[in-house]
Write a protein that binds this ligand. Structure first.
Ligand code: ZN
Length: 107
């Protein structure tokens, strides 16, 4: 004679664990609540990380003082071959002093 587990009893116990108020139902609602919060917060977290990444990428881009092309190459401009090494940022690589003399104009 073949013995088989009492399926109806097992299904009934599982249904009671899930449907009746108790730790199982609390666990299921807790998981649903956590998943909902995760799904709501995930786009915000991804957006903030993407925004920070974009800002960092933009900070690495500099403009060639010779031709004006934006580049991420730290040593030379890929467009015109201008060397950034030794050139102060924003000065254009040229050290020129401008002499200014003040004059009073008579009308
Ligand atoms: Zn250039």
């Amino acid at each position: 004679m073949e013995r088989h587990p009492p399926w109806l009893l097992l299904i009934g116990v599982l249904a009671a664990l899930i449907l009746l108020p108790g730790p199982t139902l609390r666990l299921i609602f807790g998981l649903a609540q956590g998943l909902t919060i995760l799904l709501l917060l995930l786009p915000a977290v991804v957006g903030v990380i993407g925004w920070l990444w974009w800002r960092r990428l933009q900070a690495q881009i500099k403009q060639c003082p010779n031709c004006g092309a934006p580049t991420m190459n730290p040593t030379t401009c890929p467009a015109c071959g201008y060397s950034f090494v030794g050139a102060a940022p924003g000065s254009g690589g040229v050290d020129k002093t401008i002499d200014v003399q003040a004059e009073t104009l008579d009308d």
